[in-house]
Design a protein around this ligand. Structure first.
Ligand SMILES: [Zn+2]
Length: 139
């Protein structure tokens, strides 16, 4: 598409030198300028698209490396999570990330849910929450 646009610009520029009529020539100059602006806009859009794709590739590669640090695991309460493998470097405190978000290529650390003073005396099972997809799991 880009090559076709540039060939069209070159053809228009070549045609200019054979034009003797000032009005026709002026119209052709305007038309050529419009084509140049359109080509510049196309190039700018393509460069933005390349930038976005480069960022996507970088995010993809970062996730592919990061996900290797986790393994599928089951909590005491039977929930499926991805748990930080023991001994990975750089070391981090042991934590679980959301299995649903993991499948969506997102890392979301599961956090304990707030329990208020009244219900906490009933010894309910500990629950954790994913703040990304709002899942609540039994820890
Ligand atoms: Zn989640």
């Amino acid at each position: 598409m880009a090559m076709g646009a540039f060939k069209s610009l070159m053809d228009s520029a070549k045609a200019l030198k054979d034009m003797n009529d000032a009005h026709v020539r002026h119209g052709a100059v305007i038309e050529l300028q419009e084509k140049i602006f359109a080509a510049q806009a196309t190039q700018t859009a393509l460069l933005e698209q390349v930038g976005e794709l480069e960022k996507e590739v970088a995010d993809f590669e970062a996730w592919e490396a990061d996900k290797q640090r986790y393994e599928m695991s089951t909590t005491k309460g039977g929930s499926i999570v991805y748990r930080l493998k023991p001994g990975v470097q750089p070391a981090e405190p042991t934590h679980d990330i959301c299995a649903t978000c993991y499948q969506r290529r997102r890392k979301s650390i599961l956090q304990p849910m707030q329990t208020n003073a009244v219900t906490s005396t009933l010894a309910k099972p500990n629950r954790v929450r994913c703040f990304e997809c709002k899942a609540e799991l039994v820890a």
